[in-house]
Design a protein around this ligand. Structure first.
Ligand code: NAP
Length: 279
């Protein structure tokens, strides 16, 4: 029986993911017969599911929290970014073998290129957080030639480990040195969960930041975080995290369904409306 090509998103939990809505929008607007479905998998079962993925009949899929590292270990080959990050967020099959890539860094870059062209002309970027998203951001900053990236994290050891992993020009700094780094940073990126719905707010005094600075929050629920509101109040460029989510989805769709989709205002509006309903 011939069935329409179907991709999945593997995560735990995965029911809040906006990825099915994004990919189904592209399938519908491009007139492609296919589907994209959530596949919740508990951490204890992920290895078995990934090892048998090629037999499940899917064309590929995305991988989200907490399975990105397990996916990296399970693939038979990984692209350059996935190897640098030790994490896979996009899966596809080549000759029946499971292959992985990581599109988070490309999504981060495409979002800033779209919303704040020239953002990468800064000498110093300040990254808050040292988890999986921070890794992608730090790699992306290096790939665009940012001379110095300062990583500040609640747990200092994780920031130090991240700086060690990437080496110069990435440095770890203590949370209480933030005012000094804010005064030097042309780009501030929040990769912590602070500011997310249900989490404490990230309250920072942005007054020391240069007038030309760009502030990017990876959080996209809510769309307008306290950090972005503070940036706008100071007349800084404020970029939300939704664009990164939309842009990171493009390469996977193209691999699975054969057409390169576009990140349009209509798609953004669709997801914004969904976020609004969820809030
Ligand atoms: P993660 O690996 O769990 O890292 C979470 C980070 O948040 C860690 O640095 C953690 O610090 C910090 N943190 C958590 N609670 C904190 C608190 N109360 N005070 C200070 N720091 C705190 O998560 P992740 O995968 O990197 O994701 C981080 C955020 O990025 C999430 O909001 C996620 O939705 C967002 N994200 C967005 C996109 C997008 O496309 N826009 C993509 C990926 C991720 P410790 O190390 O001290 O625990």
């Amino acid at each position: 029986m011939v069935t329409a090509p179907t991709a999945v998103i593997l995560g735990w939990p995965v029911r809040h993911s906006r990825s099915p809505m994004i990919h189904r929008h592209w399938l519908a607007t491009l007139g492609i017969a296919g589907d994209y479905v959530p596949l919740p998998v508990e951490p204890e079962r992920i290895e078995v599911v990934l090892n048998g993925f090629a037999e499940l009949g899917y064309v590929g899929g995305n991988v989200t929290v907490p399975h990105k590292e397990a996916a990296f270990r399970a693939v038979t080959a990984a692209d350059e970014v996935a190897r640098a990050l030790g994490a896979v967020n996009t899966l596809w099959l080549e000759g029946g073998r499971l292959v992985g890539g990581n599109t988070d860094a490309a999504g981060f870059i495409a979002n800033l290129d779209e919303k704040s062209p020239g953002w990468d002309s800064t000498d110093t970027a300040l990254v808050l957080g040292a988890g999986g998203a921070a890794r992608a951001v730090v790699w992306a900053l290096g790939s665009r030639g940012v001379a110095r990236t300062i990583v500040v994290n609640r747990t200092p050891g994780r920031a130090e480990a991240l700086a060690k992993h990437f080496g110069k020009p990435v440095e770890a700094a203590a949370w209480d040195t933030l005012p000094k780094w804010l005064s030097k940073a042309g780009l501030l990126v929040n990769t912590t969960t602070l500011g997310m719905a249900g989490q404490p707010d990230l309250s920072l005094d942005l007054v020391p930041m240069p007038e030309t600075a760009v502030v990017n929050d990876l959080v996209y629920v809510p769309l307008e975080t306290g950090l972005l509101a503070a940036a706008r109040k100071r007349n800084l460029v404020a970029v939300d995290g939704l664009g990164m989510l939309l842009h990171q989805a493009v390469p996977g769709f193209e691999r699975w369904f054969g057409r390169r989709p576009e990140v349009t205002a209509a798609l953004r509006d669709l997801i914004v409306a969904d976020i609004g309903q969820a809030a």
